[in-house]
Ligand binder design. Structure first.
Ligand code: F1P
Length: 586
């Protein structure tokens, strides 16, 4: 029943699906770990609901599968002419990170099959946004178009895949518009998870576009296959608006299905696509069949965050990269510090092959190799920190064991998620097991190596999303199913924060925005100057402040000054409890 309710137009009618709150997770903030995992499983399972149960296109809808087949055929054409053609993947935040993840993964796969690489990526904010939160460039459509133009200079045929889960990022709207204005070279593909009419219609400063107007033009061209829309409904996220979760997973599933089909030796058929999608559904069920172990890991990570300590993911290959991605998302989503959850990948930048190369000198957030971990983090580790190894039977087990030994000397709070194939269990892996206080062993059925890798990656993504989300719930960074300490660093996040304040406080839109601005600028009275500043200035200033939304809420609900709200939040660092206390007494 709730599944149907949450898809229906009259549930939170003014919000697009991607911003709605999910009835399944209404009480996730008070749930024990085992129930949190169950709720996440139920939410993720919604991705694969059939259309008959909802009113929108779904991942497995006939129309969707047909569109994927058509796009795969377009990619096939590009593979035949690598000299003059290109596939560009682009997005902001998680969507941009996954663009990089898939572009580099598929180029590697093409090289292995003796094809020339044809994939490029563009992420808003450049490579520094791969591992750190850079939300502001998301608002700039001109920058998006410029970056696309630059990366595809001189190409005669470009398939552009723009990902914006909420059909909302101006950066991507600018790129799609650029494609529509140069149809001789560019064919645009839009990936997102709202029906087209829910695309964001907010005017973008300095330009005449809205995301919605671009989507409307694309819909027209889609009729003649000059543009493609891949926008199935997935149901609302477990944490409202947290598109890194289902949005990110579905982006990965859809694009992998398309790109894999494009270079399969057999013709792309409806059933081939459908079967491939179903294999991800099975991978999801299989991952959550380890729900008890996932819950235990979530608890361990939560304990570390609660006592102000750290969670470190130490991964190999693409699983390590997923660790980096998961960790980097915690800052905008939960107002986390970059030290709270950190990812490290074996080989660091050498392994990644990102556009801008080694970024280590940009600051501590950009130290991402295991060596960086050994130098900078290991010496300070204690039993209060949680370390999670992410590896598989295709990695160098000796190296994993060596690192595990070093970590074990400093902390017993070491865990592992290990992927193996049925019948291929590695004996040496037992030694690592003995060093770890828990190991989740995922034993996969035999599959082709590349498909197996994709499924293991999805599984790892789900696991990490669960661990980091659950740990932040325990730290009090979620209220009901809302991110209560989100960063307010771009227009989408600003609007989300203002809406959340209205919902929780019952105050008017203008009162909430006033409180939000006071918290951003750290003042008790708004000057004329501040009130007339642009949204861009507000979001830029918000990037320098901490706990903006909790501060604004405490002030609004209790009528106290910013200083007093700060001291209340210091006395009660569990933001959820501080806000609850105000709600009770207001
Ligand atoms: C892009 C994005 C998210 C991020 C944050 C801000 O969203 O950067 O990835 O987690 O919520 O927005 P979208 O354009 O894919 O909807």
């Amino acid at each position: 029943m709730e599944n149907i309710l949450l898809q229906s137009a009259d549930y939170e009618p003014t919000l697009p699906v991607s911003e709605k709150s999910n009835p399944l997770t209404r009480h996730i903030d008070r749930a024990p770990a085992s129930s949190i995992v169950k709720m996440l499983q139920a939410c993720d399972a919604e991705m694969f609901l059939e259309k008959s149960q909802t009113q929108y296109q779904r991942l497995l809808s006939e129309e969707m599968v047909k569109t994927l087949m058509e796009v795969a055929e377009r990619v096939r054409l590009i593979l035949k002419d690598p000299q003059d053609s290109l596939v560009v993947l682009s997005g902001c935040g998680t969507s941009g990170r996954l663009a990089f993840f898939m572009a580099s993964g598929f180029n590697r796969e093409l090289q292995r099959l003796n094809y020339a690489p044809v994939y490029s990526y563009v992420i808003a904010g450049g490579d520094r946004a791969l591992f750190s939160s850079q939300e502001a460039p998301e608002d700039d459509p001109t920058l998006g178009a410029l970056r696309l133009k630059k990366v595809s200079e001189g190409k005669k045929r470009v398939l552009f895949v723009g990902v914006s889960c909420g059909l909302s990022a101006p950066f991507v709207a600018g790129q799609l518009d650029f494609c529509l204005r140069h149809p001789d070279v560019y064919t645009p593909v839009l990936v997102g998870f709202n029906p087209a009419h829910q695309a964001r219609n907010e005017p973008i400063p300095g330009c005449t576009l809205t995301f919605h107007s671009v989507v409307t033009r694309m819909e027209e061209l889609a009729k003649t296959q000059k543009a493609f829309l891949i926008n199935p409904g997935l149901g609302p996220e477990a944490i409202s608006g947290s598109s890194r979760m289902k949005g990110g997973s579905a982006t990965k599933i859809l694009l992998e299905v398309v790109f894999s089909a494009s270079f399969s030796r057999t013709p792309v058929t409806f059933n081939l696509i459908l079967q491939h999608m179903r294999s991800y559904e099975k991978a999801l069920d299989f991952t959550y069949s380890h729900s008890q172990e996932i819950a235990a890991l979530m608890e361990a990570a939560g304990r570390s965050l609660q006592c102000g300590r750290q969670v470190c993911y130490l991964g190999w290959g693409s699983l390590g990269l997923l660790g980096l991605i998961d960790a980097s998302e915690c800052k905008p989503t939960f107002g986390a510090d970059h030290e709270d959850i950190r990812g490290f990948v074996s080989g660091g930048y050498k392994e990644l092959g990102n556009n801008e190369g080694d970024l280590t000198l940009m600051g501590p957030e950009f130290s991402i190799s295991h060596d960086d971990f050994l130098d900078g983090v290991l010496p300070r580790l204690t039993d209060d920190d949680t370390v999670l190894l992410l590896y598989s039977d295709s990695d160098d087990i000796d190296k994993v064991a060596k690192l595990a030994h070093r970590v074990r000397e400093k902390t017993s709070n070491i865990h592992a998620a290990y992927h193996q194939t049925a019948g291929d269990a590695a004996a040496k892996q037992d030694d690592i097991n003995k060093l770890c206080s828990s190991t989740i062993i995922f034993t996969w059925p035999q599959e082709t190596p590349e498909r197996l890798q994709h499924l293991r990656e999805l599984s790892t993504k789900l696991l990490l999303n669960a661990v980091s989300t659950g740990a932040h719930i325990f730290k009090g960074k979620v209220f009901k199913n809302y991110m209560i300490d989100l960063q307010v660093t771009n227009s989408k996040l600003y609007r989300r924060a203002a809406r959340l304040m209205q919902k929780l406080s019952g105050h008017s839109e203008s009162e909430c925005e006033e409180a939000l601005l006071k918290a951003i600028y750290q003042v008790d009275k708004l000057s004329e100057d501040i009130a007339t500043c642009s949204l861009e200035t507000h979001t830029h200033t918000a990037g320098k402040a901490k706990k903006v939304v909790p501060l604004a809420l405490v002030c609004l609900l209790s009528g106290c000054s910013i200083k007093e709200a700060e001291s209340r939040l210091e006395q009660q660092p569990i933001v959820r409890k501080a806000v609850e206390a105000c709600l009770k007494s207001s």
